[in-house]
Every structure is written in structure tokens, then in C-alpha cells.
Design a protein around this ligand. Structure first.
Ligand code: GAL
Length: 438
């Protein structure tokens, strides 16, 4: 009797706890009051990457003047430094109110499975988001039947950037394949120009993934992240070999450049002919360098990747145990709205994640088209190309694979051993659960 009474009390107490937790999850997804207080957000959009973020925070401040914004941005392209700090803060139970995170494995495989995020199903339902984002993107944001972050954009990783006037001066064409590129490289070397502008380790992995895509083709490139293509196969080895030849056409000091922007400067300054980089480069060239697309600079799919769109998306979510959930929900509402996406993306070089943001016709207050000719072309390619996920920018593989693969690239740079690199990558794929061991 005594025992069953205790059991009953325990069961009742437990069900209260479960209910309370359920309620707090539900109410955490909708604003309970007009937001006030401080709101801390973290991203790596600082310096030359800051203008688009500023457009968004200005809009937020206009709507929510009683919120004090605390921008805990940490410099370092692709989040190399920000993600390390974030890890310490989230694992230590001190998360910012929200943070930039890539859709796909970076979000799901790191933060969702570690139980650090709250689901956003109610927010998506109340804002009608489920019909507003492409299905493939919603799949990248979802796990266990729940959706875990709000996407603000879609970026393309496999783009080749150049200055048309310089190519004319040097007498080289835009390469459609890596063989075309090697022909241009011989000519450019003779003229004392680097054929490729390259930066530190992460930009090397970024370059490698586009060469992998060119070498495997989109179907096998998609399969490799699920163990359907072996990293020790001849095709993958060929990708490493091509990558090694491309390195020999790059500026020699790539490892000592601090980021992608100093490499981009080499192209702008006429010291290098081409750069393979994501289309945040379009945002930087326009919003920071004041250059005009199709005149001062041009672009093409990275060699051998026409018809494929190597995609990634930036998003923000709702961590557990944050200080200001009302202000965070207000942020998530805003970045997922047409208004928010059309403030951010025209400056960022990305296209909006929302399908109804109307890239073709959207106009600014001055009556001019909001989106650049580059973004128009990216939107066309997004609609017609094969969409494949970016490795380096969190979409394709878990962080464990991605980060160790960066070491495989460093070792390859020094040793140029395609067999060893393929074998190491295959081992990592097994370790991180992407492929079966033999
Ligand atoms: C990507 C990010 C982009 C851009 C880029 C360079 O990972 O998704 O928005 O910031 O890094 O830093």
C-alpha cells in the first residue's frame, strides 16, 4: 500500500515534469510577449561579410526597438573559429540566444542529436513556413519528424570567379573543364600570373569538393556521402590527382593567407586569374568592393560542374536554455519572412530560401531590381540544375568526417599521395558512420 502510494506520487510528479517540459517546448516556439531585453546572436559574418547581416539587424531593430542586440560575431570564413567557440559554449550550457548553422549534417549531426536544440514545428506551422521552403531544404532541416532551424538563404559553392578585362589582357578563356584550366595555367605561368587564387585549409577543401563533383559527376557525388562510392576507387583518386595539379597552378603562399577574402583580392588586383569560391564572393564584390557584375567581374560554374548546383544554406535555430526566447522567436520569424530574406540576400550574394521571395521581380525602395544579375542566374540554375550538398559547408557529412578530412587534404598537399588520401578518407567515412567497414 505504502509502496503503491509512493509509486503513484512518483508517476504523478513525473507526468507533471513531462507536461511542464512539453509546455515549455510549445511556448518556446511562439512569442509570449513583445520582445525586450538583450538578444545575443552569433555568426561569422564580420568584416567584409557583415553588410547583409547589418541589413537584417537594422530591420530587426526597427521592428523591435526595445531589444538590445548583442552581436557575438567571430571572424573566420565558413565559421572555422566561430564553430569552435560555439561548441564550448553550447556544451558548457551557455549558448547564445541563436547562432548561424548550416542546414544538414552540421545542424542535425552535431546539435540536434546532442539534444541541444528545441524543435520548431509550431513556429513553422504558425508562420506557414512548411509551404514556403523547398522540400529538399526542409529535409535537410528535419530529423525524427521535427524541423530544427529556419533557413535564411541558399548559397552555391561551385562558382569560378574572374575579371573579364584581365582574361582578355592575358589571352585566356574561361575554362569549362579542368583540362581547359591546365592549358590556361601554362599560358598564365609564362606571363607570371597565378592561374588560381587559393587561401587556407578550408578553402582547399572547398576547392577539392568541387573537383570531386566534376570528377564523379553529380550522381556519384551524392552517393559518396552515403557510402555508395568508395573513397579508394579510381575516380576518387583521379580527383585527388587533379586537385594536386590545380595546387601547382595556385599562388604558392595559400597556407599563409588568412581567409578567402585575401585570395579574392588576388583576383581583383590582377595577380591571379580565377578563384573557386561560393557566391558570398558576389556579395563581397558588390557590397564591399563596389564592383559591377558582368562588367568588372564574371563567373561560371567551377570547371566540369555545369548543370550541378553544390548547395548550402545558412540557418538559425532555438538552442535549449537560452536567456531570451521571445526575442529569438522574433528573430526566427523575421529571417524566415519575405521581408527579412529580401533585406539580407541581395547583399549576401545568396538567393532567398523562400520560394515566394520573387528574385526575378522584387524591387527595392528605389524601384530598381533587388537581386543582381548574378543572383538571377543563380536562381535559374537552382531551378534547373541537379542539387548536390556541400561537404565543407555542413550539408553532406557529419562534422567528424569534415574536420578530419581537412587534415587529409593538408597531408595530401605535402605528400601528393592519392592512394593514401583515398584510404584515409575511406577510413574516416567508416568511422563517422557514412560507410560500412570491410
Ligand atoms: C559559409 C557560409 C556563408 C559565408 C561563407 C564564407 O560557410 O555559409 O554564408 O559566410 O561561409 O565565410
Amino acid at each position: 500500500m505504502q509502496f503503491s502510494k509512493r509509486l503513484l506520487t512518483l508517476v504523478t510528479a513525473l507526468s507533471f515534469i513531462v507536461m511542464a517540459a512539453g509546455q515549455s517546448i510549445a511556448s518556446a516556439q511562439t512569442q509570449s510577449a513583445a520582445p525586450t531585453g538583450t538578444f545575443e546572436f552569433m555568426s561569422w559574418w564580420t568584416g567584409g561579410e557583415a553588410p547583409a547581416l547589418k541589413a537584417l539587424t537594422d530591420l530587426y531593430s526597427k521592428k523591435y526597438p526595445n531589444v538590445k542586440l548583442v552581436n557575438s560575431g567571430i571572424a573566420g570564413g565558413s565559421g572555422v573559429a566561430a564553430q569552435a567557440v560555439l561548441k564550448t559554449r553550447l556544451l558548457g550550457g551557455n549558448p547564445p540566444d541563436t547562432f548561424q548553422v548550416h542546414a544538414g549534417q552540421e545542424l542535425i549531426g552535431t546539435w540536434v542529436v546532442a539534444n541541444r536544440m528545441l524543435p520548431l514545428d509550431d513556429l513553422f506551422a504558425s508562420q506557414g513556413f512548411n509551404d514556403k521552403f523547398p522540400k529538399g531544404l526542409l529535409d535537410l532541416l528535419s530529423y525524427n519528424g521535427h524541423v530544427w532551424s529556419v533557413p535564411v538563404n541558399i548559397h552555391r559553392a561551385n562558382v569560378l570567379w574572374y575579371v573579364p578585362a584581365n582574361l582578355k589582357k592575358w589571352g585566356v578563356d574561361v575554362p569549362k573543364t579542368w583540362d581547359d584550366f591546365f592549358a590556361a595555367c601554362t599560358k598564365l605561368k609564362a606571363a607570371g600570373v597565378s592561374a588560381l587564387a587559393l587561401g587556407p585549409n578550408w578553402t582547399q577543401v572547398h576547392l577539392f569538393e568541387t573537383i570531386l563533383l566534376a570528377t564523379l559527376g553529380p550522381d556519384d557525388y551524392v552517393k559518396i556521402w552515403k557510402g555508395g562510392v568508395d573513397w579508394t576507387s579510381d575516380k576518387v583518386k583521379a580527383a585527388f590527382t587533379t586537385y594536386g595539379k590545380v595546387l601547382d597552378c595556385a599562388n604558392k603562399d595559400y597556407d599563409s593567407l588568412t581567409d578567402w577574402i585575401p585570395a579574392a583580392e588576388l583576383v581583383v588586383q590582377g595577380k591571379a586569374a580565377f578563384q573557386v569560391m561560393g557566391d558570398w564572393e558576389d556579395g563581397w564584390l558588390r557590397a564591399v568592393k563596389n564592383l559591377t557584375p558582368n562588367k568588372d567581374y564574371g563567373w561560371a560554374p567551377a570547371p566540369g560542374t555545369a548543370g550541378s548546383f553544390d548547395m548550402l544554406a545558412d540557418s538559425f535555430g532555438l538552442p535549449k536554455s537560452i536567456k531570451n526566447s521571445d526575442a529569438t522567436i522574433a528573430w526566427l520569424d523575421l529571417i524566415g519572412s519575405v521581408e527579412g530574406q529580401n533585406a539580407f540576400n541581395p547583399l549576401k550574394g545568396s538567393i532567398p530560401a523562400r520560394t515566394d521571395a520573387d528574385v526575378k521581380n522584387a524591387k527595392g525602395a528605389d524601384g530598381k531590381p533587388l537581386y543582381s544579375v548574378y543572383s538571377q542566374s543563380a536562381a535559374d540554375d537552382w531551378a534547373s540544375n541537379k542539387i548536390v550538398p556541400s561537404l565543407w559547408h555542413g550539408a553532406a557529412a557529419p562534422d567528424s568526417f569534415k574536420n578530419d578530412f581537412a587534415t587529409v587534404i593538408s597531408v595530401f598537399n605535402a605528400q601528393r599521395d592519392a592512394d593514401a588520401a583515398g584510404a584515409a578518407a575511406q577510413g574516416l567515412a567508416v568511422l563517422s558512420g557514412m560507410a560500412k567497414g570491410s
